[in-house]
Design a protein around this ligand. Structure first.
Ligand code: HEC
Length: 173
């Protein structure tokens, strides 16, 4: 009886060690994606590489940058679609404001710069987990805190670029 008990303990230990190994083997990208949906911004996302920039007028009136983690950037550079699981694309944005300081130097109004930040949006690739939304998880943060969003609302607007794996932004060399 005692022997069976020991065997069971060893088995349980093996399972828990095995489990821990699976988590670390999944890599930093998977950890970051679970952080996004656990309600925290993935550490280091602000240092991800630049994919491109854009300016929205109207109500948004922002300047924005689209950044990618290594998995996303590699796929872009190799022109590989669909994006691999673990790819994360971030869209950061700021109010589009005139710069008085720069305009003084130019001698006339022409300079617009990044003002206060607006919000941060993420798309995280996991083809199994987010199968119902094109394999992408969607999230948005304001002031570092997660916003309540309609994931279907996000997804449905990205459907027109289905042939580019639901991603609008092209890589700007
Ligand atoms: C009204 C349509 C619309 C909705 C709704 C929408 N998006 Fe987008 N999204 C776009 C367009 C168009 C772009 C590319 C231009 C830009 O950056 O604004 C974009 C760009 C992005 C990007 C950069 C990658 C890419 O596709 O270029 C991310 C990340 C993103 N959206 C996430 C979200 C999230 C998260 C939501 C829901 C909270 C959302 N989007 C809702 C239209 C939409």
């Amino acid at each position: 009886m005692k022997q069976i008990h020991i065997l069971l303990s060893v088995a349980a230990l093996a399972v828990s060690v095995g489990g821990a190994m699976t988590v670390s083997a999944a890599g930093a990208d998977a950890d970051k994606s679970s952080m996004i949906f656990g309600g925290t911004l993935p550490p280091g996302y602000r240092d991800w590489k630049l994919i491109s920039v854009a300016h929205e007028e109207g109500n948004l009136n922002d300047l924005r940058a689209v950044l990618g983690n290594d998995a996303a950037i590699n796929a872009y550079r190799e022109g590989k679609l669909p994006f691999p699981d673990g790819a994360i694309i971030a869209r950061i944005a700021w109010r589009y404001v005139p710069s008085e300081e720069n305009n003084k130097v130019f001698g006339h109004p022409q300079s617009f710069v990044a003002g206060p930040p607006t919000n941060v949006q993420f798309m995280v690739k996991d083809s199994q987990k987010y199968a119902s939304t094109g394999g992408w998880g969607f999230a948005q943060f304001s002031d570092g805190k997660p916003d309540t969003i309609s994931v279907q609302g996000c997804f449905s607007c990205h459907v027109p670029v289905k042939d580019r794996d639901f991603i609008f932004t092209r890589y700007s060399p």
